[in-house]
Design a protein around this ligand. Sequence first.
Ligand code: AMP
Ligand code: ZN
Length: 664
Amino acid sequence: MNIEQQINQLREELRQHNYNYYVLDAATINDYEFDMKLKELQALEEKHSEFYDPNSPTLRVGGEVTKNFNTVVHEQRMYSLDNSYSKEDLLDWETRIKKLVDGDVSYTCELKYDGASISLTYEDGELIRAVTRGDGIQGDDVTTNVKTIKSVPLKLKGDYPPKFDIRGEIVLPYEGFAKMNQERIAAGEEPYANPRNTASGSLKLQDSSETAKRPLDCLLYNLAGDRLGISSQYESLEKARSWGFKVPQESRLANSVDEVLEFINLWDEKRRDLPYETDGVVIKVNNLQQQEELGFTSKAPRWAMAYKFKAEQAVTKLNEITYQVGRTGAITPVANLEPVQLAGTTVKRASLHNADQIEKLDIREADTVFVEKGGEIIPKIVSVDFTKRDKNSVPTQYISSCPECDTELIRKEGEAQHYCPNVHGCPPQIIGRIQHYISRKALDIEGLGGETVALLVKEGLITNYADLYDLTKEQVIPLERMAEKSAENLVEGIAKSKEIPFERVLFGLGIRYVGETVAKKLAKHYKIIDAIVAATEEDLVNVDEIGIKIAQSVREFFDAESNRMLIDRLKNYGVQLQISAEKLANQTDTLKSQTFVVSGVFEKVSRNELKKLIEDNGGKVSSSISSKTTYVVAGANMGPSKLEKANKLEIAIISEDDFLNLIG
Ligand code: AMP
Ligand code: ZN
């Protein structure tokens, strides 16, 4: 087998595994084996760039950056759908249809997925373009981002037509959405409001490797094109499935409006078990010939109808508005409700978001309110029943000082949230920061839980995370629910946290916008806390993937004398505030501001070791040659196109030995 065949075979194999895993939900190999095969393919592709394929499975991780999304006119317009809410609406629709077409009419019933609509164009079985709906006539070209969604096939199988568009919905399943929000909260950021907006926002990210990290899925439901050789909607779903698309299995054929209603009633209940949000059912005339006869109104097809599920709503009384203070000082207003049943759970509280929201809906205490549960984690108030409002009721006066420490609140330009600026004196902020510091992904202190932290603060034993290291067994034993043994475990757990690596300590400090990944980046770049403390905003934004918002927040944190004092104390206790000596010993600045491209096979070190050596010595590894490349490190069998490009741009090509000499 020659190299090209080898590459093609690997691509084919990986494609099949992707399909099994992301479309069929039934993997046939484990992650490790998959990664090994992917690496093998990556290595071959790098060596043989002449076999480059924009739709190779190796290109799913993203990396390309789009500054402005091009506007593309849809070859076939993307219509909206008419809505119906009752059996009568559906019967009216059927009557209208039967006036326009001959013969019996049957329908497909599909679920209405709540996400961002997308149109995918395929030519000769390859994904050419992915465009958002936009205004229906033209949308944004988001191909680079869509390619990172693993259930979108880049190459098709079976007897697909030479050219067609397929429409569907990009959704963010609940589980992935919840996980993203947990991470945001851990980084002190506002959680996203709902899966749908987050899905559409994900398509418009400039850095496709960010999109790749989001657990998006793509569900397809409509084919558009000429001469597709298909006679019904139901058949088109089956066909699309056979070409490798993820077409949900729930759709059914119905021969009457009554059968349609059966489907609706079934799924109005069962949709709660689905992993993603749905907001209704879409009913389509099944026969494509009849669809054609029916055609479109200016806005929607006459042959399709959406039936909207009633959003899960409940009516209850708003007893009181209270205000919560987060660890970053952000204030969240909360509606405390008369308990009410909603979508299978008892609801006692609802989010009110911020002052603007309360004002907009004119929400007041003692109001009768409508509560709704969508994809949000906690339910929200959608409106007030003004007919039930007491005539003596007065508008809600948003608090102006902190409910916990009475400090006057601030609100920054352009931000919706109010903040309590009393960073070091406000109990929930103090407790929240220490709880974050000890949490699993930060210092992971065993034997110490969130409630104990609150207790320790209340008892005046600690006021910040550095104080933890001064705690003694004797101080802790008298606390509620503490015994000799648990006190011992607590003190031991705290001592053990001194071994936790720098990057996790950095995350634990609770700097706003510094989540796990950013902490890793900063630790790797600066190696020691003093360097971060000394870095200017301009220095910081020069670090890969650190933007101005993060840079400002880091600066703000270390500009506070109190924080610098905390750091000094942590240092004295022996907490890791630089990367370990072992890691450091292997790191130098020798290759600072040099960019390397690695190509070919090496003898003394593997390609990955070589890349690590470059990074450990302060250099940057890039995958493609440009005028910014300092050296190309070439092993045996360097790809011919890389060679040509390096020569054209007059970039020095060095051998493995040259490189090793370079770093001594
Ligand atoms: P609306 O935005 O409420 O007018 O609803 C129309 C949108 O529903 C379409 O643009 C699609 O993005 C979306 N949709 C979700 N599921 C389906 C489906 N099974 N068939 C057609 N459209 C759907
Ligand atoms: Zn406060």
